[in-house]
Write a protein that binds this ligand. Structure first.
Ligand code: G1P
Length: 295
């Protein structure tokens, strides 16, 4: 039986954006990797759009040194807007960057101790309510978006909900992997979780794809969390300890996912989104065909 009235709404989302982006150097020496553009929007914008579509109001960025451009991007740019208005240019293009006053909060992750530690840094702002997490490297394109699909599932089952997708078996060791239980449509019960297992130890090929809805108790679990894979405090390990005490489900995302944490994934995302955009699809398709014929 489902009871959608008793679920606390998901109003807050944490975006861990403190990473140094070393894989994209030298591009990311002075610019946060989350500000690298996919066509004409920075990577972080796609995650924020997805959050707002899912009804999330407050954005919590866990940042580090050199990340102020992300905050600037979502700030009111008075001089820019005044100049554009003076020149009769439409301000619509800036709409996605407008966040209600007070709905963007930053906290610093002072030392890079891992994803679990980054989330824990946001504990005072998250407070005592369920919240979402977005890893902006994972660019998720769907109708509706990934988080909206997850919120819909959460409204049915409550508890903790993570997004998963299938990858080839030789890729599982780069991710968090679930041990699946009973499957019901897009929903799978989560029986276990392991971060970056060896291929032969992986309980499945269903990986965590960078979107989470978690209950606030995870913050208390993270408090005492020991270092795990890669010597880092892992969110996956803390979540694993919550299985059995609270409902835990995975949603298989119906849509496309691009791993913008690596260069070829970034190129793939750029081309895929260009091919979906009515303002450029025809031109880009013809260009790609020409380039392939010539290569
Ligand atoms: C993190 C998570 C992992 C997840 C992955 C998705 O790993 O720890 O569970 O599968 O993101 O991109 P990272 O990419 O930070 O090593």
């Amino acid at each position: 039986m489902t009871n959608t009235t008793s679920r606390k709404p998901i109003r807050k989302a944490v975006f861990p954006v403190a990473g140094m982006g070393t894989r994209f150097l030298p591009a990311t020496k002075a610019i946060p990797k989350e500000m690298l553009p996919v066509i004409d929007r920075p990577l972080i914008q796609y995650a924020v759009d997805e959050a707002r579509e899912a009804g999330i109001e407050q954005l919590i960025f866990v940042t580090g040194r050199g990340k102020t451009a992300i905050v600037e991007h979502f700030d009111h740019a008075f001089e820019l807007e005044a100049t554009m208005t003076e020149r009769s240019k439409s301000l619509d293009v800036l709409e996605p960057t407008r966040i209600q006053p007070g709905n963007l909060v930053t906290v610093r992750q002072q030392v890079p101790l891992g994803l679990g530690h980054a989330i824990w840094c946001a504990r005072a702002i998250v407070g005592d309510e369920p919240f979402a997490i977005f890893l902006p490297d994972e660019l998720m394109i769907g109708q509706p978006g990934c988080m909206k699909q997850m919120v819909d599932a959460y409204n049915e089952v409550g508890g903790n909900v993570i997004s998963v997708l299938e990858v080839p078996e030789d890729e599982v060791s780069s991710y968090g992997v679930i041990a699946p239980g009973i499957r019901n449509g897009a929903l799978t019960e989560v029986k276990g979780l392991v971060e970056k297992p060896r291929r032969e130890d992986a309980p499945s090929n269903l990986i965590i794809s960078g979107r989470y809805i978690l209950q606030p108790e995870v913050m208390r679990v993270l408090e005492g969390q020991e270092k795990g894979a890669g010597g880092e405090i892992q969110l996956t390990d803390a979540m694993a300890r919550m299985i059995g005490t609270q409902p835990f489900h995975a949603v298989t995302f119906a849509g496309k996912r691009y791993d913008c944490g690596n260069k070829t994934g970034f190129v793939e995302a750029t081309l895929a989104i260009a091919l979906q955009r009515p303002d450029m699809a025809d031109e880009v398709r013809a260009m790609m065909q020409r380039m392939l014929a010539e290569s």
